[in-house]
Design a protein around this ligand. Structure first.
Ligand code: PLP
Length: 393
């Protein structure tokens, strides 16, 4: 079943991309094999040259990985998808495949910490510089575009402050300057937002997060047009940050429950965000599904819901924020997100601890900020756990 357009996303999530073997298995098969055999020498030569389609070696392609790629492409409404070993491998492969020395990136300042490190400290060694733009105003992106800008890179909503970016406006700006718009869709996933529908050229995923959804494996993907994905594939098959068949199988099955998980997690996140907003020890709540969010209208245009991530600032600083974390008995103190178990993190000292204090201040990540990735527990239990520490603030 590979027809993408004719079925609803719910149907595609459980059916798209499946290829049955000669055994007629009902569930998708896991092909744990590093290489594939050929009928004869001529077929081996034809597979290697590309004259005949088919699997050769699992660094290039693997049937389980292909099923995952087809299914995610169907969900994102993309022509093609390429799986990678992690979300960072997807971002690295994209920039290594599409950029060269002398090229320039315009990226939002508030992107994932490792993405900032990659663009800010590693890529310059290869002659690729990045301008980081604070905030989400399209005009600020426009003035940063240069003749050699090849990529505009955003996350929407951003991590951890849930800033929302206008995908359509930024795609228009990027295209007018001859650049591509790349959107990290980790926080929403295609269950809630499809950036390609709004004009983005490529969508990046950390499949480690909501796509797996149960905190088991690392994975990543890049989705978009066939030509661009083919370029990224040329880099990946040679350089090797390929997704393992096992991880692909886990995430492929994760996609089947993605939408029902994300709708339930979003409903709980909205409920929790409202309760936090009313708490006297909370200075501010950042959640795109709250009317108090500065880009609420834009978020509701681009996203089906506000998503599962809520950030909030406790009154005070690091001491008060850490007190809330340390008083928790139920929530997991971990930097991961997108899990069915609610996770709680202090971005300033963990995920965003390695970026400079200036960059952190520019991104608005204060010492009192906490980020919750709401899971599937009862909201009353999540709230009660946070109240232990908030009561003492
Ligand atoms: C986690 C994350 C990444 C990196 O993904 P990995 O799978 O950990 O490599 C990229 N972007 C965002 C928004 C993330 O949350």
């Amino acid at each position: 079943m590979n027809e993408k357009a004719q079925f609803h996303i719910d149907t595609l999530a459980v059916r798209a991309g499946q290829e049955r073997s000669q055994f007629g298995e009902h569930a998708e098969a896991l092909y744990l094999t590093s290489s594939f055999v050929f009928d004869n020498a001529a077929q081996a030569a034809a597979r290697f040259s590309g004259a005949e389609e088919g699997n050769v070696y699992s660094r290039f392609t693997n049937p389980t990985v292909t099923m995952f790629q087809e299914r995610l492409a169907a969900l994102e409404g993309a022509d093609a998808c390429l799986a990678t070993a992690s979300g960072m491998a997807a971002i690295l492969s994209t920039v290594m495949a599409l950029l060269k020395s002398g090229d320039h990136i315009v990226a939002a300042r508030g992107i994932f910490g490792a993405s900032q490190q990659l663009f800010g400290t590693i890529m310059p060694r290869f002659g690729v510089d990045t301008s980081f733009i604070p905030g989400s105003t399209p005009a600020a992106f426009k003035v940063a575009l240069k003749p050699n800008t090849k990529l505009v890179f955003i996350e929407t909503p951003s991590n951890p402050l849930t800033e929302v970016f206008d995908i359509t406006a930024l795609a228009e700006l990027a295209h007018a300057a001859g650049a591509l718009l790349v959107v990290d869709n980790c926080f929403c996933s295609p269950a809630l937002q499809r950036p390609l529908d709004f004009g983005a050229d490529l969508v990046i995923h950390s499949a480690t997060k909501y796509l797996d959804g149960q905190g088991r494996v690392l994975g990543g993907a890049v989705c978009g047009g066939k030509g661009l994905i083919e370029e990224v594939f040329k880099f990946l098959r040679t350089a090797g940050p390929t997704l393992s068949a096992f991880n692909a199988w886990v995430i492929l099955k994760g996609l089947e429950t993605l939408k029902i998980r994300m709708l339930a997690q979003s409903a709980s996140a909205l409920d929790l965000a409202r309760r936090l907003e009313a708490h006297p020890a909370v200075a501010r709540v950042f959640y795109p599904g709250l009317p108090s969010h500065p880009q609420y209208a834009l978020a509701m245009r681009q996203q089906a819901t506000g998503g599962g991530i809520v950030a909030f600032e406790v009154k005070g600083g690091r001491e008060e924020a850490w007190r809330v974390i340390d008083a928790c008995k139920l929530l997991s103190i971990t930097a991961n997100l997108g899990d069915v178990k609610t996770t709680l993190t202090h971005p300033a000292s963990t995920t965003h601890g390695r970026i400079s204090p200036e960059a952190r201040a520019e991104s608005g990540i204060t010492e009192g900020l906490l980020r919750i990735a709401v899971g599937l527990e009862a909201v009353d239990d999540i709230e009660a756990d946070l109240l232990h520490g908030l009561a003492g603030c």
